[in-house]
Write a protein that binds this ligand. Structure first.
Ligand SMILES: Nc1ncnc2c1ncn2[C@@H]1O[C@H](COP(=O)(O)OP(=O)(O)O)[C@@H](O)[C@H]1O
Ligand SMILES: Cc1ncc(COP(=O)(O)OP(=O)(O)O)c(N)n1
Length: 260
């Protein structure tokens, strides 16, 4: 069985973070491993508290997994601060990690800062060069490029800028577009538009985490990057179409809609 590792924060509400990633890996029949970077007290209404994990414990989680197993893909989500970013970068380098999907998580839908703003530079410096693909949403892509992004043309320009910053490929997610949610993939030579219909659901908690871990699962299975992003887009679309009305706020997507 293929394996994928998520390096991310825990969402007690189960809709995003480590929990969403592991459910997604399972839905793709990939064996999921985890290294927890932070514990959030979170539900469908918001994030209420965060405790970062000590960098040496994060490093120990990653090292012991690589020592023991072949890891076919790695997804990185919430990384909180500069020290944690440096720790993850060093651990991935010393373990020769491949197929790295970097979701540059910055702010939750409920508005909580999951990455300290001063850590963005370190994220670009230490983790971008290790990423096989970066998956920012519109707000994150604006933060990274310093440009406003309002439509698919702006997304293409931003994708070129981000690629020039040293990532091998990028998918800018269009879930926050005013129009239909097209995602723009660019690998330095060609663009791919991942088109989707707008799904009118309030239950979209964890869409970004689910999309990026679906890409990692597909890469673990040996699919090419264009195949992986295309399949991940199909998967997240189904997960939103079948999303769950759990909780009083923004409910989670349904990871196992193909099964039940
Ligand atoms: N309402 C929606 N209808 C259809 N697709 C959506 C919707 N919201 C998000 N998506 C898709 O979900 C994926 C995650 O995007 P997005 O929600 O922008 O990420 P994030 O959770 O990081 O903000 C993308 O493929 C995006 O196009
Ligand atoms: C622990 C944790 N990690 C990441 C997120 C953000 O997840 P995302 O998929 O972008 O979904 P929303 O929170 O924006 O719905 C999170 N909330 N918690």
């Amino acid at each position: 069985m293929k394996t994928a590792l998520t390096i991310a924060g825990s969402d007690s509400g189960g809709g995003a973070g480590i929990q969403a990633d592991l459910k997604t890996f399972a839905a793709f029949q990939v064996f999921g491993l985890s290294a927890i970077t932070a514990i959030t007290a979170q539900n469908t209404m918001g994030v209420f508290a965060v405790q970062e994990v000590k960098p040496e414990i994060i490093a120990a989680q990653i090292d012991c997994l690589f020592e023991d197993m072949d890891i076919d893909a790695v997804k990185i989500g919430m990384v909180s601060d500069t020290e944690i970013i440096k720790t993850i970068s060093a651990a991935l380098k010393r373990n020769n990690a491949g197929n790295v999907v970097l979701d540059p998580v910055m702010i939750s839908k409920s508005g909580y800062k999951l990455l300290k703003p001063e850590a963005i530079e370190e994220l670009i410096r230490s983790l971008f060069p290790l990423a096989g693909v970066l998956t920012p949403n519109l707000v994150e892509a604006e933060e990274i490029t310093g440009q406003k992004i309002k439509n698919p043309d702006d997304m293409q320009t931003a994708a070129e800028k981000i690629h020039a910053m040293g990532v091998k490929a990028v998918v800018i997610k269009g879930g926050h577009l005013k129009s239909s949610p097209v995602d723009v993939f660019y690998d330095g030579s060609s663009f791919l538009s991942l088109r989707g219909e707008f799904i009118n659901s309030k239950n979209t908690h964890g869409t970004g985490c689910t999309f990026s871990s679906a890409i990692a699962a597909c890469l673990a299975q040996g699919k090419s990057l264009p195949e992986a992003v295309t399949e991940a887009k199909e998967y997240i679309t189904g997960a939103i179409q079948n999303s769950l009305d759990i909780g009083k706020g923004v409910g989670p997507t349904h990871h196992f809609y193909k099964f039940y």
